[in-house]
Write a protein that binds this ligand. Structure first.
Ligand SMILES: Cc1cc2nc3c(=O)[nH]c(=O)nc-3n(C[C@H](O)[C@H](O)[C@H](O)COP(=O)(O)OP(=O)(O)OC[C@H]3O[C@@H](n4cnc5c(N)ncnc54)[C@H](O)[C@@H]3O)c2cc1C
Length: 401
């Protein structure tokens, strides 16, 4: 019997899930193809909506069960990849305290990102990072706990202060969401007020975003009573204090860090050529420059646009890369030449709480308010359609009601 061709996908985020679901049809057509996706959790969560779970939304709303999404065509293994040996085409997986070795003919590395702490003293120890669904739960619980303690000890006003470090997309979305949640917390815990401070090192929030929309976002955050500190570098973080390089010290009960991401550490540790942010170098087909049977996609990949500029780590790029790898693997397996990956930056949308949103399409069409909010919903539902067919967005929409 001819042996099966094994494709192993590590990571069930936007990139890994899109690659896996894109190979579903190929799996049905070619009986010789065996595809396995390994992910730390047994669900796939929509990172682009994670900030909403810190405030208003339920965790179920933004996740989908991986076995039922992928099976029967794709095998699913819950576990954590702990070691890679590209020379031997092997990956070591840890699951419920036991280690297993999986081998592959083609590997798709889609392990995503880890926070970047830039050697800021105390940051990793004392700040919370909105990295996954469990961290959203932890942040929400920590805020509730501090507010309950502040209600118990009214003199400890620092407990009612929340600091968000990093004024990029994630930081702005988190701060906006928290501002909308605060009135309910104030009521629930009978507090006088809750303070939110957003700190950004660059001269303005949302570095690199459309200038007019940056102004709009700044106004919206100020209307929400968020204290914006820009052009200020965080020098040190202590248990309940953030020290800025200009000498200011800000006390807080909860410190959240959203200031930077780097590629998953396993990529660098496995000997792949990476840049300073730990993102692996790939060719135009998204194959690792070190091992052609390893594709690297999503936030752990350093792909470039036509001008040679590194692509930003975003869900839309991760999704497009997943699709491209699925198409190219099918082409390679049927003896056709692969097609280079061509990224399309369609648009960027962000929400600032329940009602406010902003965004830009094709770098020229600006949106705000209800239209921008609808666009963000549309992008999320279109993604669900892409990975699970029409039934998935309909089910998710129904569950939300
Ligand atoms: C709050 C927030 C808001 C965002 N908003 C937007 C937005 O509006 N638009 C946009 O385009 N981008 C947005 N982003 C960025 C976007 O979410 C990421 O670029 C995207 O998630 C990257 O996809 P990925 O598949 O590479 O990684 P991920 O989605 O992070 O997936 C990686 C997967 O690998 C799993 N994993 C990790 N380590 C292991 C291991 N050792 N073994 C097995 N599995 C493992 C993880 O559990 C996870 O499921 C946002 C990010 C955040 C945090």
């Amino acid at each position: 019997m001819t042996p099966k061709i094994k494709v192993l996908i590590l990571g069930g985020g936007y990139a890994g899930v899109t690659a896996a679901t894109g190979l579903r049809a190929a799996c049905r057509r070619h009986g010789r193809l065996s595809i396995t996706l390994v992910n730390k959790h047994n669900y796939h969560y929509f990172t682009t909506l994670l900030h909403q779970c810190v405030g208003r939304r339920g965790y179920q709303d933004i996740s989908v069960d991986l076995p039922s999404l992928l099976q029967p065509e794709i095998n699913f293994r819950q576990g954590q990849a702990v070691a890679l040996t590209p020379n031997e085409n092997q990956v070591e997986i840890e699951s419920e305290g036991t280690r297993h070795t999986l081998d592959y003919d083609y590997l798709v590395l889609a392990l995503g990102w880890e926070p970047q702490f830039y050697n800021i003293s105390g940051l990793e120890q004392h700040a919370l990072v909105l990295k996954n669904l469990n961290m959203a739960r932890i942040i929400k619980n920590r805020i509730e706990e501090q507010m309950a303690l502040a209600s118990e000890h009214p003199a400890e006003t620092w407990r009612t202060q929340i600091i968000v470090g990093g004024g990029g997309f994630t930081g702005v979305e988190v701060a906006g969401e928290l501002a909308d949640w605060c009135p309910r917390l104030i009521d629930r815990y009978d507090l006088k007020s809750i303070g939110i401070t957003l700190i950004e090192g660059a001269p303005a929030i949302l570095p690199g975003f459309d200038g007019l929309l940056v102004k709009d976002a700044t106004c919206l955050l100020q209307q929400k009573q968020i204290n914006l500190i820009t052009g200020a570098r965080i020098e040190r973080v202590e248990e309940r204090c953030v020290a800025l390089a200009d000498g200011r010290r800000l006390e807080a009960g909860v410190i959240i860090w959203t200031g930077g991401v780097r590629g998953h550490p396993l990529v660098e540790a496995s000997g792949f050529t990476v840049n300073k942010q730990g993102r692996a170098e790939v060719n135009s087909y998204l194959q690792s420059v070190d091992s052609p049977n390893v594709y690297v996609i999503g936030d752990c990949c350093l792909a470039k646009d036509a001008d040679g500029k590194a692509l930003p780590p975003t869900a839309q790029i991760a999704f497009q890369q997943g699709k491209s790898v699925a198409q190219n693997l099918q082409r390679v397996l049927t003896g056709k030449a692969p097609v280079p990956f061509t990224p399309k930056v369609l648009g960027t949308f962000l929400t600032l709480g329940r009602k406010d949103a902003l965004g830009v399409m094709q770098n020229k069409y600006r949106f705000s308010g209800w239209t921008a909010k609808m666009m963000k919903h549309f992008i999320a539902y279109r993604y669900l359609w892409g990975i699970g067919g029409l039934g998935l967005p309909l089910r998710k929409f129904w569950e939300r009601r």
